[in-house]
Design a protein around this ligand. Sequence first.
Ligand code: CA2
Length: 151
Amino acid sequence: MTDLVYVLNGPNLNLLGTREPEIYGRETLDDLRARTQKAAAAVKLAVDFRQSNSEGEIVDWIQEARSKAKGIILNAGGYTHTSVAILDALQAAEVPVIEVHLSNIFRRDQFRQHSYISLAATGVICGLGPKGYELAIESMAELIARRAKRT
Ligand code: CA2
C-alpha cells in the first residue's frame, strides 16, 4: 500500500501568490499542492495537503496523523514562533516530522529566528521557496523507508 504523508500548512499561507512575492514567491497554494503531489508520486508516496488558519485545527490534524500517516511535513507559518501546543502535538505524534519554510527565517526579523517546531523535527528546510516542499517529500520517503527496515 502507498504510504501517506500529511503536508500541513499554517496561517496565511492561503494568501500565497497574492501578496509579498519578494518574500514568498509567485506560486499559489494550489501550485504548491500540485508540485508537492508530483514530487510525492515520483517517490511513491501519497499526500494529504491541507492549510488552516486555526491553531486548534492544526493540532487536531497532527493528532490524526499519528494513526493515519507515516510522516508529517509542516509549515506552521506564524505559529512556528509561538505555538507550544503544536510542539506538544508533534512530540506525541510518533512519526517523523520535517519542518519547512519558504523564506529563510534566519535572514528575517529576530522573532522569526526561533522555532518551537524544530524541537520535534528530524530536519528543517528553509529559504528554498517551493522547492523546499519537494526536498521534504524526498527526504520523508527515505525516513519512512529507513523506519520500515527497523521493524
Ligand atoms: O517562510 C515561511 O514559510 C513562513 O513559515 C511563512 C509565515 C511566516 O510567519 C514564517 O515566519 C515563515 C507566514 C506566511 C504568510 O504567507 C503570506 C503569503 C502571501 C502574503 C502574505 C502572507
